[in-house]
Design a protein. Structure first.
Length: 132
């Protein structure tokens, strides 16, 4: 659940309405690890039933994911903005705006993050989403 929330915070994209970028992207690769209370666990693609990102022409979209074995899925409305090859990510989580940046190139979105969340909790992740 913590990983799902962290990934949800990462994505909420704001757009200029770029038709070449608009479409549905599916996770093709994810790797990394989370550390909580001194215990490190890997992040792998087989942890997810699905992980998709839909970017609409009007700069809105949806992030949807479901962890394997979990009874609920996550769906979040998003906005997105492309500045060159930088996909600016703005999410509104619990009333706070969070801005992240990803790389967009030829139908592929790449996101690399290292977060130290304090109290011995951290996450390192490499995520690749490809346009379908």
């Amino acid at each position: 659940l913590a990983l799902m929330l962290a990934l949800g915070c990462v994505f909420a994209l704001v757009s200029c309405g770029n038709g070449d970028v608009a479409g549905t992207y599916e996770m093709t690769e994810i790797s990394g690890s989370t550390t909580s209370d001194g215990v490190t666990s890997p992040i792998t693609k087989d942890m997810f039933e699905y992980y998709t990102l839909t970017l609409n022409d009007d700069g809105t979209g949806t992030l949807a994911s479901k962890a394997k074995g979990e009874p609920t899925s996550m769906e979040q409305d998003i906005e997105w903005e492309l500045d060159g090859s930088t996909l600016k990510i703005i999410s509104n989580i619990a009333g706070m705006k969070i801005t992240e940046e990803m790389t967009y190139e030829n139908g592929v979105i790449t996101y690399d993050v290292t977060q130290n969340m304090g109290a011995g909790n951290s996450m390192t992740m490499h995520l690749v989403l490809e346009k379908q």
